[in-house]
Structure formats: structure tokens, C-alpha cells
Design a protein. Structure first.
Length: 145
């Protein structure tokens, strides 16, 4: 199998390429898990933690566990549901951050520095693209089967 990177929007011509693209969703879940751990670390090690830091940290850890489980399921047996779930959840995170910026609220995760919010939103946007590629790969897998 050729393990080179294909564009998530490229034409899928073989079963091997479809399987590789189906794994993009696993990479999306992995990147998203890294972003969640970064956010949790920044919330935990802030010297002036807010009162809501423990609930924010708990929610980030819960999200990390859910993302890790979804990534493991997708790696084991690629299906169409998890990439759709990943796209929807990542778009929700991105839109909540943008709405927070439009109304002048602090960043979506309480107390994140601006650089971390920008890095998180960029990584979530990359995750959306990876999940779209994973969805296209799983649809093509059913076509080649």
C-alpha cells in the first residue's frame, strides 16, 4: 500500500487510497486530542485560576476521553458516523469560539491566552478538513467493497 499523503478532496481511485483517506479521521481525532490536552494544561497551570477552572478542566478531560475512544473505534473499523460526528463537533467548537469573539466574551475556554485560542481554532479547522477526507474515504470504501 502506498502511504503517501493524498489531498482530502482528491479523486479516490483505489481501495487502498480509500482506506488511507478513511484513516484521516483518526488523525483528526488525534490532533483534536492534542489540542484538548494543551487547553487543559493551560487551564490547570495558570497562576490566577478562576473559580470555574475545575469544571472547565473536567469538561476538557471528558472531551479528551470521548475523542480518544472515537479515534480508537475509527482506527479499528472505519465507519461513516464518526467522521460526521467529528465534523459536527469541530464546527460547533469553531462557531462557539467565533460567536464569543463577536460578542466580546472571553475565549471559549475560560482564561486561554489569545495565542492558544488562535492555535486551537486553526487546529480545529484542520481537524474539520481531515474528518471530511475521512468521510469521503469511508464512502469510497463502501463503493469499492
Amino acid at each position: 500500500m502506498n502511504n503517501r499523503f493524498f489531498s482530502p478532496f482528491a479523486m479516490i481511485e483505489s481501495r487502498e487510497q480509500a482506506m488511507l483517506m478513511a484513516r484521516y479521521s483518526v488523525a483528526g481525532f488525534g490532533l483534536w486530542g492534542v489540542v484538548l490536552l494543551m487547553q487543559a494544561g493551560l487551564v490547570w497551570w495558570r497562576p490566577e485560576r478562576a473559580d470555574s477552572a475545575s469544571s472547565t478542566l473536567g469538561f476538557l478531560v471528558f472531551q479528551f476521553i470521548a475523542v480518544t475512544v472515537a479515534g480508537l473505534f475509527q482506527a479499528r473499523k472505519p465507519n461513516r458516523i464518526l467522521p460526521v460526528f467529528g465534523v459536527a463537533w469541530n464546527l460547533f467548537e469553531l462557531s462557539s469560539l467565533m460567536v464569543g469573539l463577536m460578542v466580546g466574551m472571553p475565549m471559549a475556554v475560560s482564561g486561554l491566552p489569545a495565542w492558544a485560542a488562535a492555535l486551537s481554532s486553526g487546529a480545529v479547522l484542520v481537524c474539520v478538513i481531515l474528518h471530511i477526507g475521512g468521510l469521503r474515504g469511508t464512502v469510497a470504501l463502501s463503493r469499492f467493497s
